[in-house]
Design a protein around this ligand. Structure first.
Ligand code: OAD
Length: 245
C-alpha cells in the first residue's frame, strides 16, 4: 500500500460495539432475543398483528438511549475516521446498530443499514420524523403529515430490505481494508459484507467477544471487548498506515 490517500476503509459494526455502553446485544445470555420471539416484535407481520407489543418493545429501547453514552470503541472509530479523512483517504462506517452512539461519538460518514431508533416513519405517506421525546410505551405517535394514527419505528425488520445497500456495495467494491466489529455474523446481508470485501482483495479484521460464524482463516480475528481492544487496534493501524495525529 502506498500513500494513505489510497486507503479506502470500511467498518461494519454490530451490537457488540455498544455492549460496553450498556446497550443489550441480541444473541446470547441476557440478549434482546432471549425469551422473545423475533417474529413477535421485529417483523412487519407483528406490527400489523400486535402493534401495541411491537411499539412497547421499541419505545423502551428508544427511551433507553437517553441513559447511555458512547464508549471508547465508538470514540476510537470516530478518531480513525478523522485521521483517515485528514490524510485524504476514504472511510465509511456501516452500522447495524439502531442506537445513535456512533454519531454522538463524532462519526460522520455513517450508514445505518438497519435504520435508527431516533426516527419514526409513516407507512402511509412515508414522512419521517426525528423524535426521541415521545417515548411513552402506551401511546402511539400520529403522523403530522397525513394524520395516520401511528408512526412505526424506522428500523429494518426481518423480511425487509436493509437501507443503503447500493451505497454500501459501492464502497465495498473499492475498499482496501475492512473491519467487522462486534457482530455475530449470522444476519444477512450484513454478514456477507466481510466475504465480499475479502473476495475483492481487502485486508480484513474481525473483532468480537466470541469468534463469529463467518470468520475465515484469511481474516485477522481480534478477541476481546471492543471498548478495551479498539483504541489499541486503531492506534496500531494508524501507525501502520502512516496517519498523522
Ligand atoms: P448479536 O447480538 O447477534 O452479536 C453480538 C456480537 O457482539 C457477538 O459476536 C458477540 O461476541 C459480540 N460482543 C458482545 N459483547 C461485546 C463487546 N463488549 N465487545 C466486542 N464484541 C462483543 O448482534 P449483531 O451481530 O449486531 O437486526 O446482530 C445483527 C442483527 O441481528 C441486528 O442488527 C438485529 C439482530 O437481529 C435486526 O433487528 C434486523
Amino acid at each position: 500500500m502506498g500513500a494513505a490517500s489510497e486507503l479506502a476503509v470500511v467498518v461494519l459494526t454490530g451490537a457488540g460495539v455498544s455492549a460496553d455502553s450498556g446497550v443489550a446485544t441480541f444473541r446470547g445470555a441476557g440478549g434482546l432475543w432471549e425469551g422473545q420471539r423475533i417474529e413477535d416484535v421485529a417483523t412487519p407481520e407483528a406490527w400489523r398483528r400486535a402493534p401495541e407489543r411491537v411499539w412497547r418493545f421499541y419505545q423502551l429501547r428508544r427511551a433507553s438511549l437517553a441513559t447511555v453514552v458512547p464508549n471508547a470503541a465508538h470514540r476510537a472509530l470516530a478518531e480513525l475516521e478523522r485521521r483517515l479523512v485528514a490524510a485524504g483517504a476514504r472511510f465509511t462506517l456501516v452500522t447495524q446498530n439502531v442506537d445513535d452512539l456512533h454519531e454522538r461519538a463524532g462519526s460522520r460518514a455513517l450508514v445505518h443499514m438497519h435504520g435508527e431508533l431516533a426516527l419514526l416513519r409513516c407507512e402511509r405517506c412515508d414522512t419521517r420524523v426525528r423524535d426521541l421525546a415521545r417515548v411513552d410505551p402506551a401511546e402511539f405517535v400520529p403522523c403530522a403529515g397525513c394524520g395516520h394514527a401511528r408512526l412505526r419505528p424506522d428500523v429494518v425488520w426481518f423480511g425487509e430490505m436493509p437501507y443503503h445497500m447500493d451505497a454500501i456495495e459501492t464502497e465495498l467494491a473499492r475498499c482496501t481494508h475492512f473491519l467487522a466489529i462486534g457482530t455475530s455474523g449470522v444476519v444477512y446481508p450484513a454478514a456477507g459484507l466481510l466475504a465480499l470485501a475479502r473476495e475483492q482483495g481487502a485486508r480484513t479484521w474481525v473483532q468480537a467477544l466470541e469468534r463469529p460464524e463467518n470468520v475465515h482463516p484469511a481474516d485477522a480475528f481480534v478477541p476481546g471487548r471492543a471498548a478495551e481492544v479498539l483504541p489499541e487496534l486503531v492506534a496500531s493501524l494508524a501507525c501502520e498506515w502512516g496517519l498523522g495525529g
